[in-house]
Design a protein around this ligand. Structure first.
Ligand SMILES: Cc1cc2nc3c(=O)[nH]c(=O)nc-3n(C[C@H](O)[C@H](O)[C@H](O)COP(=O)(O)OP(=O)(O)OC[C@H]3O[C@@H](n4cnc5c(N)ncnc54)[C@H](O)[C@@H]3O)c2cc1C
Length: 537
């Protein structure tokens, strides 16, 4: 079953290896284990629902406190603090599980008539406050799309697949795999996020270089809006004016509820491999990332870590068989303390993969890098289990959060340096150290994403945890905005990034987005406060 106050399946436990704990204690200091609220305590504190599951479209609404707690928050650090401390704040008044577009339309009509707010909910994996209930006089109903799940149609001739929006990642790929096809969208939240959520939050998978980002994979679908239905036909390309699909992508539930999503699929690749390399320092690593991004090579992914992230990754590998040997081997090959890990993914026809591997090897040699045997397959095996470490680290007394951005190659070096600095030193006034480390998760031709994780000690008081998080998050966001980088490369806007959106879109851009929201949702039924700073009173 899904953890109610953390990440993933509660039958899966990850442990922080001894080497990683030692590194963390050295960098951040020893910690104290927190005392968390129990599910029973949190459920007992949920206030009475303000909606009644009566007849009509209200039929089927769930007002059970447990269900409401399970839908109250996403996966951001403030969400974890709320759940773990038992200071949950606003909870939905009810949860609806409509099975199709007609049921969503009926729910919208009821919501408009009765003054409810609707919050679309896919997997609830938002890390920016996207599914959180905003406290207001209006009752809130969370619309869980899980009952729409499933493959509706596969046009094998065109490679187009239509899914119910609430289909989770593993179910998407399982349905396609049995037909020899693949979507290839693998966000790290794959197991706990849905195809509708991916489109709504404009997500990016780890292998987006090869398969495409969701904004390239999304071909069309069906959006149920407070103004009525909107069908998005899956044309392969069109010159017929602005693309309405681009308006729906990243709309984060403000325009309505996506009930069906049609995606472009590919044939299952005949060969897939992940290779790892190490280059001597960050300057060479940045240069290699740029060359990979601009090479035009058919990579499925490339990921380039800073020296501190590389050291952390090796520490997290713990004392696994062969890891000591690998460290000695890399030292012997001249890859010292400043070494940077590079992971490259390839998928496709074996001949193409073979030629590409040789081209990548040449680029790596040109950067004075060497292969790191065994690391690529190990990374691929554990890539979805890394988020489980966040549960284990919290239990050990450490908070983990991540933030991400993207910018051009010219701006990137200074941005990366400044971001690391503000995070590392951000809690010094409180006498605390922060362990911050980054990687380039998606190198493109013109620039790259920059993904940063940061770890700090949990103080006993939940309000103090939030204060530390706010200090770090706002310092980092201000650096991002000052450099003209995007406030989000992949996590979306939600409530947390909404104050920074204007810097990116400009006043006219913001008015255009507001006008769209108003056109689709004139009475403000959909989740206000997300994407735009228009929280209801
Ligand atoms: C451990 C972890 C790893 C992550 N890794 C990645 C990553 O690699 N790449 C990445 O891009 N993101 C990542 N994320 C963020 C998150 O998983 C993505 O934003 C994802 O797309 C959200 O999908 P979801 O189904 O969980 O949507 P939710 O969290 O349920 O919702 C996200 C937003 O979309 C809206 N929404 C959801 N479904 C619909 C719908 N059917 N119609 C209209 N609106 C809808 C919601 O109201 C909300 O505003 C990660 C999150 C976690 C916790």
């Amino acid at each position: 079953m899904r953890r109610w106050n953390g990440w993933g399946d509660d039958s899966v436990e990850e442990h922080v290896p001894h080497r990683a704990m030692t590194l963390l204690r050295e960098l951040v200091g020893p910690s104290t284990r927190p005392v968390d609220a129990s599910l029973h305590e949190v459920v007992a504190a949920v206030p009475e629902s303000r909606v009644t599951p009566d007849g009509g479209a209200g039929r089927g609404l769930i007002v059970d406190a447990l269900d409401r707690v399970r839908h109250a928050r996403g996966q951001s650090l403030p969400d974890w603090v709320a759940l773990r401390s038992g200071r949950l704040g606003a909870t939905p008044d009810a949860v609806a599980r409509p099975a199709d577009s007609a049921a969503v339309a009926a729910l919208m009509a009821t919501a408009a008539a009765r003054g409810w707010t609707l919050v679309p909910y896919g997997g609830g994996s938002s890390v920016v406050g996207g599914v959180n209930v905003v406290a207001s006089d209006r009752p809130t109903v969370t619309v869980d799309l899980s009952a729409t799940a499933g493959l509706r149609l596969l046009d094998e001739t065109s490679g187009l697949a239509t899914f119910g929006a609430g289909t989770y990642g593993p179910a998407v790929e399982a349905a396609l795999e049995s037909r020899g096809r693949r979507l290839g969208h693998y966000p790290q939240s794959f197991e706990g996020s849905t195809i509708g959520g991916w489109v709504a939050a404009r997500s990016v998978g780890q292998q987006a270089h090869g398969y495409g980002r969701i904004d390239e994979l999304f071909a069309g679908g069906h959006l149920e809006t407070p103004r009525g239905p909107l069908d998005l036909p899956p044309h392969p390309a069109s010159a017929a004016g602005p693309d309405v699909r681009q308006v729906v992508l990243g709309s984060e539930g403000r325009l309505g509820v996506l009930t069906q999503v049609t995606v472009r699929t590919s044939l299952t690749p005949r060969l897939e491999r992940f290779s790892a390399y190490v280059v001597p320092d960050w300057g060479l690593a940045l240069e290699l990332a740029r060359r990979l991004g601009q090479s035009g090579l058919p990579l499925s992914m490339a990921r380039v870590s800073t020296p501190l992230e590389t050291a952390t990754t090796f520490a997290l590998a713990g004392d696994r068989r062969g890891s000591g040997l690998l460290r000695r081997y890399l030292g012997w090959r001249g890859q010292g303390a400043e070494r940077c890990l590079v992971i490259v993914g390839l998928a496709g026809h074996p001949d193409v993969v073979g030629v590409t591997v040789r081209a990548v090897d040449d680029l790596v040699r040109g950067s004075h890098g060497v292969a790191a045997p065994g690391v690529g397959p190990a990374w691929s095996r554990s890539r979805f289990s890394a988020p489980y470490l966040r549960n284990a680290l919290w239990d050990e007394g450490y908070a983990v959060d991540t933030l991400e951005t993207a910018t051009d190659w010219t701006t990137l070096p200074a941005l990366a340096t400044e971001l690391a600095q503000v995070l590392r030193h951000g809690l010094e006034p409180a006498g605390e150290q922060v362990h911050a480390f980054s990687h380039l998760s998606h190198p493109y031709a013109t620039g790259s994403s920059l993904y940063t994780s940061y770890v700090f000690r949990l103080p006993g008081d939940p309000a103090e945890i939030l204060e530390r998080w706010r200090t770090l998050k706002s310092a980092a966001s201000e650096v991002i905005v000052r450099h003209g980088a995007t406030i989000s490369h992949q996590h979306g806007v939600g409530t947390d990034h909404a104050p920074y959106l204007g810097a990116e879109k400009g006043p006219l851009g913001m008015r255009a987005i507001e006008a769209l929201v108003h056109e689709f949702d004139p009475d403000g039924v959909m989740h206000r406060g997300v994407l735009l700073e228009d929280r209801p009173g």
